[in-house]
Design a protein around this ligand. Structure first.
Ligand code: ACO
Length: 379
């Protein structure tokens, strides 16, 4: 490739070998470290998924127990970090900004001597940061993380202050597994770029949180939930879809840059959400299913030459709403899962590192004369 062959957004450019995940947009398949996402999301604990990504194999029973214990020991934050989160909550700083501040401080109050320890600390502490921030925002005192709970159950506990039911923990765990990794998306590539300078994993996760915050990356589930709640209230999905499309707006939760068929993660989360709402005896899922069917029919009429299918954000909104995770925390909940992928990519990058350093094609001015400051006109 010559330097002037520019690929805006690096689209379609292969920049690394990875054993972590493979996205096939035409077939609608996502493989995570050798397992179809459908298998991994349903069967694995989040600790098992982390071990798999970090070590390229599933853990034995003893290794699983040891990782669970190790992560549980890395969940706490000290008074200085709590104070940052309290101030952020008091000033209504958005959740992703508070998360970025909290993660940046995660190398305090913890042993993070090597990259493995940094990866474990980043994953373990994220729920504590999010839960502490949210409880301050709600005017409640934070609760200390519980070492007797698995990662997903504890993530719900630090948010609500109550022990979650099994189906709630499993619902969140399935979600975390489903979104743990997805190729070289913007936040993952950010994390790899940061560690490629031989920086540390906490810095990489801090940068990745910043990248995920942008609405082009992690922001769709909130608006999807608004649509679903409106339709649940009116009982008129067709009216809502027609109105949205007639206004020239896009229907949130449908369409994808890579997938041309139904996003496989939507299927996994749909099944998980169905089981979850059945257990909770809540009829919200019927609204969701009807809305999806009606929306797909009307989108096919609206854009007959384009396969617009359900994407992961549609069922992310469904399942997170079922778990009573507040809308303001949707992107932060995504980060709690994706941090597994970020850290695994960091370790993979560091194991065979090459500084990430692309080139830009200069199109600026040439041969400018230097004019002394007091003689410049500003043109
Ligand atoms: N509703 C209505 N029309 C749509 C939708 C939609 N959800 N998605 C695409 N289209 C239409 C576009 O208006 C466009 O029409 P045009 O050719 O007349 O201008 C055509 O389909 C192609 O649109 P593109 O933006 O080129 O399609 P692309 O595949 O690149 O877009 C995207 C992908 C950005 C996700 C888009 O489908 C969208 O905006 N969806 C809604 C937002 C959403 O759900 N985002 C989450 C994506 S999943 C994720 O990020 C993990």
């Amino acid at each position: 490739m010559t330097p002037t062959e520019i690929r805006p957004g690096l689209e379609g450019l292969t920049v690394a070998e990875t054993r972590l995940s493979d996205v096939d947009g035409e077939a609608g398949e996502l493989v995570i470290a050798g397992f179809p996402v459908e298998t991994l999301a349903r069967k694995a604990s989040f600790e098992e998924t982390l071990f798999l990504l970090w070590n390229d194999r599933l853990p034995t029973q003893d290794e699983h127990a040891a990782l669970r214990k190790d992560l549980a020991a890395r969940r706490s934050i000290g008074p200085e970090v709590r104070a940052i989160l309290e101030r952020a909550a008091g000033e209504d700083v958005p959740a992703m900004d508070a998360l970025r501040m909290g993660v940046a401080a995660a190398s305090m109050d913890a042993e993070v001597a090597d990259h493995q320890a940094q990866a474990r600390r980043a994953v373990a502490v994220l729920p504590t940061i999010v839960g502490t921030y949210w409880r301050y925002r709600e005017g409640a005192e934070p609760v200390a993380p519980r070492s007797d709970l698995g990662h997903a159950a504890n993530a719900l506990y630090v948010l609500t202050g109550e022990s979650p039911a099994d189906h709630e923990s499993r619902g969140l765990e399935t979600y975390l597994n489903t979104v743990v990794d997805h190729g070289l998306n913007a936040s993952t590539f950010t994390a790899r770029t940061v560690v490629s300078t031989k920086s540390d994993v906490i810095s990489a996760v801090t940068g990745a949180v910043g990248a995920l915050k942008g609405p082009l990356h992690g922001g769709a589930p909130g608006p999807v939930l608004e649509d679903l709640l409106a339709v649940h209230e009116t009982g008129d999905p067709a009216g809502h879809v027609r109105e949205t499309l007639a206004a020239g707006d896009r229907l949130m939760g449908f369409g994808h840059r890579v997938y041309r068929v139904r996003d496989p993660r939507a299927a996994v989360l749909s099944a998980a959400a169905e089981a979850f709402f059945a257990e909770a005896e809540d009829d919200f899922f019927q609204t969701v299913e009807t809305y999806e069917r009606v929306a797909l029919d009307l989108l096919a009429e609206h854009k007959p030459d384009r396969d617009l299918e359900t994407n992961v954000e549609f069922y992310t909104a469904t399942i997170l709403h079922g778990l009573e995770i507040p809308r303001d925390l949707f992107t932060a909940a995504f980060a709690m899962g994706r941090v597994g992928g970020w850290t695994a990519h960091c370790l993979e990058q560091l194991a065979d590192n090459r500084l990430i350093r692309p080139v830009g094609h200069y199109v600026g001015a040439e041969d400018r004369p230097w004019i002394p400051r007091d003689e410049r006109t500003g043109n």
